[in-house]
Design a protein around this ligand. Structure first.
Ligand SMILES: [Ca+2]
Ligand SMILES: [Ca+2]
Length: 344
């Protein structure tokens, strides 16, 4: 932690900011070394903003392989009047937000507390999951759209999820492009592809098309729940050897006669598509806009709220969000045990 109370990591810096009606401008921040539970070395920054105290505490938890930092942001009302404040954290310029994580390149640098984010204007399409982008992963043979080369992969068995803004209740044709370049025998990684408004389709790309062979599935899609978003999900069936779903490309076409799949695979119908997504490629994007995280917190009189973020150390990624058993409590217990053992 630097003298301004910012958390400094190898990949960048996190600054926690507080805003709210009538809060005086930020004064001096007091940064000190503290011991949590009398034993865990931690850094703490405190700044008083009129009736509200912002306390940022960071400590290292010794989880495999590189450890991670736990950042606890606590906001407390001290004057006896309920108050609503906004806590914001500026993200590195190239950071990509997922549903519960923030990635930078291929490193997952943050996992987020669940809670209401505000001021958030979603983009009109993008992924909204905790999957990973793997550029140049696939090696498609034969003439095909270059979008087949880059993929999204649900490492850790998490689903791949995309959303597209559409006219509520409207219909469209969705084509999913797939190419398996890891397994060369059948049955290792079948996929369950679900597009809103259409029956799900299960496919084993190696059985259907062969290894390294680009293939496509067509769906007569519709915004069935009328929320103005078309949702696409790719998972694997339970108890298959490889639980990590993959997705190479997405095409959206206007409703009408379904497009010829061989022509879609070849990239010949891109001009007729309303959207072409090279999943995992340069034009892919998160549905969450870049910039900063904002949390709106309602503080009761003399009450407090806390947000806990897990922060990557060094070059190691945080574990896949849905797989990690770590919580704020277990991380703190792990740190306490290590430091107690060390002291003894
Ligand atoms: Ca919908
Ligand atoms: Ca792709």
């Amino acid at each position: 932690m630097d003298a301004a109370g910012r958390l400094v990591e190898d990949w960048g810096t996190l600054a926690v900011q507080l805003a709210g009606d009538d809060l005086p401008a930020a004064g001096a921040t007091k940064v000190e070394a503290v011991k949590l539970d009398d034993v865990i070395p931690a850094a703490r920054a405190v700044s008083q903003r009129g009736p509200v105290t912002l306390t940022t505490t960071a400590y290292r938890s010794p989880v495999w392989p590189a450890g991670l930092d736990v950042l606890v942001v606590r906001v407390e009302e001290t004057a006896g009047q309920p108050k609503t404040v906004t806590v914001s954290i500026e993200l590195p310029p190239k950071a990509q937000r997922g549903a519960q994580t923030v990635g930078l390149g291929r490193q997952t640098i943050l996992t987020l507390p669940s809670g209401p984010l505000i001021g958030e204007k979603l983009r009109d399409w993008g992924y909204c999951d905790t999957a990973a982008s793997l550029p140049r992963w696939a090696k498609p043979v034969g003439p095909c759209d270059p979008a087949f080369r880059n993929i999204r992969a649900g490492m850790g068995g998490v689903p791949i999820v995309y959303r597209f803004k559409v006219a509520p209740k409207s219909a469209a044709h969705v084509v999913l492009g797939l190419c398996e370049s890891h397994w060369d025998v059948a049955g290792k990684r079948p996929l369950v592809c679900s597009v809103e408004g259409a029956p799900p389709q299960q496919v084993d790309p190696v059985t259907r098309w062969g290894r390294h062979k680009p293939g496509a599935l067509s769906f007569a899609a519709r915004d069935a729940n009328g929320d103005g978003w078309l949702e696409i999900t790719v998972t694997t069936p339970p108890s298959v050897p490889d639980r990590n779903p993959i997705l190479n490309a997405i095409w959206l076409f206007p409703s009408g006669p379904p497009p010829a799949l061989d022509q879609v695979i070849a990239g010949n119908l891109n001009a007729k598509a309303t959207r072409v997504v090279d999943c995992g490629g340069d034009n892919d994007q998160s549905i969450y806009p870049p910039g900063k995280l904002e949390y709106q917190l309602a503080l009761p009189a003399r009450g407090a709220q806390e947000l806990t973020f897990l922060v990557a150390c060094g070059k190691a990624s945080l574990p896949p969000f849905d797989q990690t058993a770590w919580t704020a409590d277990t991380l703190r217990r792990a740190a306490r045990e290590v430091w107690r053992d060390w002291r003894e």
